[in-house]
Each structure stands twice: as structure tokens, then as C-alpha cells.
Design a binder for this molecule. Sequence first.
Ligand SMILES: Nc1nc2c(ncn2[C@@H]2O[C@H](COP(=O)(O)OP(=O)(O)OP(=O)(O)O)[C@@H](O)[C@H]2O)c(=O)[nH]1
Ligand SMILES: [Mg+2]
Length: 274
Amino acid sequence: MDKPWRELQWGRKQEYLQYAQEYKPNREDIKYLRVLLYGPVGAGRSSFINSASNVLRGRMTSPALVCDAVASQNFTRKYETHKFIKGRGSSKTFYPLVFNDIMGMEDGTNRGIHPDDIKLALRGHVKEGYKFNPVAPLTQDDPGYNPSPSADDKVHVLVCVMSANSSLIKSSVLEKMKSIRETASDLGIPQMLIMTHIDAACNETWKDLRNVYKSKYLRKKMKDFSSAVGIPMNCIFPVKNYSEEINLNDDIDALILSALRKMVDFGDDFIERI
Ligand SMILES: Nc1nc2c(ncn2[C@@H]2O[C@H](COP(=O)(O)OP(=O)(O)OP(=O)(O)O)[C@@H](O)[C@H]2O)c(=O)[nH]1
Ligand SMILES: [Mg+2]
């Protein structure tokens, strides 16, 4: 396509960055806006969290953030909140935007995360550090179960992460995703979708990320995801995660920030409602 079908203001990074950096929930009992990421195994959840950290902190951050991924064969298994450090030394705090990573979803029963575990996480019942067990979802008598979650423990935005470079997603995985989406809808939790690997999926975008909204292929992919997962187009954000880079890149940042802005807005709306 000659003209992009969605406007992205590539030059306004600073403004978007400030927006994400300065966000604070306007409620006494909520310190953190909690974003939960889910999706098929290997879609790029951990990399997205890492990318968000790089962008917010304005530098490449240590991969220790996704230590779980490194420690256990690139596999996220534990329920972990990723907070990003703001400031240094004695003025060190955390950004109020935090991310929860969970185990990926797989085809078949007893493989990958159990959908019931995600539903428990949405309501804040999963304790920090809980190790997911694909064969048996968390139960109330498990020490990893939080019987009385605070408003802070609950998930405020649910983000589905899918790779533009993946082959067809198995229907059993889509079924699991659908049931999670329904639970989130019942709870009124806002939802969006991050489409990763746009560099690997499309040659034009690989050459220049600014072609993202000109690519017919990526638009089609977004439409396919939209109908498969049931998330409207305007809640789908294509990104390229930091993967092999050693320096920050303004175009990568612009796409990540565009997604982060929507997360902040959606999450804040929800926080005001609950
Ligand atoms: N080229 C490219 N590679 C990516 C992108 N996002 C992630 N990757 C790579 O894809 C692989 C999987 O990414 P992860 O972030 O580990 O995915 P995950 O969803 O956390 O995976 P699991 O926790 O194993 O389910 C890694 O090798 C990443 O470097 C992207 O946008 N572009
Ligand atoms: Mg991971």
C-alpha cells in the first residue's frame, strides 16, 4: 500500500515516552497498574516485557529481567511480576506500570498453562512465584493461592501476545484463549493484542519498520487474529521486540510506546471503574 492505513507519529516518541513514564494510578489502594500477558508458547511475551523495560528506562536493560526464560530453557513457568526501576540510588523506585508473565499456552490438555490458572490470575488469586503445573490448576488449599486479593493484585489489562510469523494456531489453543477472553469480559477487564515478530514476518517491514502500516500482509494477519481471538482491530498493536539489538532504536521504541500508551489508558479506565 502506498499510504499507511493507520497513522503512527514516529517523531513523537518523547511525548509518548513521558506519558508512559509519568503515569500513576489515581487511587490510594492501587500502586501498580498490572498488565497480564498470555498467548501461545514462544510468541514473545518475555521479550515484550524486556522491550518495555528498555524503552521506559531509556537503555538496554539486563536480561536478568527474563531470568526465568534463561534459567529454564527459554520457558516461562512461574508467576512473576516484572517491575522496572525508576531513578537510581536512594531515589530508586519502580514505575507504576508492571507486567505479569505466565507460562505459554500449548495444544492439548495437560500441556502449557491451564486456562483456569489464567482465570485465577485475572482475579488476583495467584501468588507471586507460584510455579504453574500444566497437569493440575491451582487449588484453594495450595500455598500459592491468595484467598483475599487486593485491588493491586488483580489484573487491570489483559494482553494477548501472538507472533505474526507463526503458522496457523491450533484450534485447541484458540479454544483456550477464547475461554480466557470470556472470563476477562465477564470481569470487565480491558483486553488488547500485541502482534510480535513483524520484522521476521514481512520483508518490507524487515527493511524498514515504518512500513508496518503499509504492509498488506501484516494487515491481513491482524485481521485474522482479530477474528480468531475476538479482539477488535483498534486494540491490536504490531511491534518488533528487542531481540538481537545492542542499542535502542527509535522506530522499535515508537511501536512499543504506541502499545504501552493504550495499555495505560485501558488499565486506567478499569482502575477508575473497580
Ligand atoms: N525477530 C524477532 N524476534 C523476536 C521478537 N519477539 C521475540 N523474538 C524472539 O522469539 C523468541 C521467543 O521469544 P520469548 O520472548 O522468549 O517468547 P515467550 O512468549 O516469552 O516464550 P515462552 O515463555 O517460552 O512461552 C526469542 O528468541 C526472541 O528473541 C520479534 O518481535 N522479532
Ligand atoms: Mg517467556
